[in-house]
Design a binder for this molecule. Structure first.
Ligand SMILES: [Zn+2]
Ligand SMILES: [Zn+2]
Length: 260
């Protein structure tokens, strides 16, 4: 198959590599139809090189069609459409049972002090082959993949792999009071999604700050009060206070650099 592989700092290539194989009886093989590129992939492209080997396959935001299932897979069939979460969790350990899948005890990379293993994300997270590839081996086929209906385009679902839950969690942590207000710093994928989620969950005002024109206009179209940092670099606080009767927003989400 063809896959995006890491070869060194700022050196990634689409190579021909062996197709993934079923290993465990609950594995599935997914034929990837869409796969996001994450802001955190830039860490691999730059500073995390010491934790990668040449040939490592990147990517952790995939979705696709089930191509093969292991003997013990009962919840999915060949041909099903699935989104694959970036966290690899077993679904039945102490942590998974408490909804803390990012700390799954079965896949935790203890020797590195990391949480659950991740697809395509260096030795720090298990060195698991990633999803910017034609095919992906996915463990825990009965519990990990999210089955989605066929029909609507991939971009209606692919954000379930990382962007939507990451942004949802940011809004959850921000703890905006009902009908309250929030400032979102950075309107990349996570910031833009967090802003939309905050509005969806009833925020009365979402202020979004960025300096990329396309991001600002997209946020404006979504109903966000979009502020251009190039224009408001010095008076941002004053502008936000003016928008909120002098109080400032109830919460702030820092999504700068959180660009899943
Ligand atoms: Zn687990
Ligand atoms: Zn990501």
């Amino acid at each position: 198959m063809r896959a995006l592989t890491w070869h060194g700092k700022r050196d990634v290539r689409v190579d021909t590599v062996p197709d993934p194989q079923l290993k465990d009886a609950t594995d599935i093989i997914v034929r990837v139809t869409s796969s996001g590129i994450c802001g955190s992939d830039l860490h691999l492209y730059e500073v995390l090189g010491p934790y990668l080997d040449p040939g490592d396959i990147l990517g952790h935001e995939p979705m696709g069609i089930v191509e093969e299932v292991g003997a013990d897979v009962t919840e999915l069939s060949v041909g099903d459409r699935v989104v694959v979460p970036f966290n690899i969790s077993c679904g039945h350990c102490f942590m998974c049972d408490r909804g803390l899948q990012s700390q799954c005890e079965t896949t935790q990379v203890k020797e590195r002090g990391s949480g659950a293993a991740l697809f395509g994300f260096s030795k720090l997270y298990g060195q698991v082959p990633g999803g910017q590839a034609e095919f992906l081996r996915v463990p825990f086929g009965n519990t990990l993949p999210i089955k989605v209906p066929s029909g609507p385009a991939d971009d209606r679902f692919v954000f379930l792999s990382d962007v939507l839950p990451t942004a949802w969690q940011a809004v959850e942590y921000a703890d905006i009071p009902q009908g309250g207000t929030v400032t979102v710093l950075g309107l990349g994928p996570i910031g833009a999604m967090a802003a939309r989620i905050a509005l969806h969950r009833g925020a009365s005002l979402v202020v979004g700050v960025d300096l990329v024109p396309e991001r600002l206009s997209r946020a404006h179209a979504d109903g966000v009060k979009a502020l251009d940092l190039r224009r408001h670099g010095k008076d941002l606080g004053d502008v936000i206070r003016d928008l909120t009767d002098g109080r400032g927003t109830d919460a702030v989400i820092d999504a700068v650099g959180m660009e899943a």
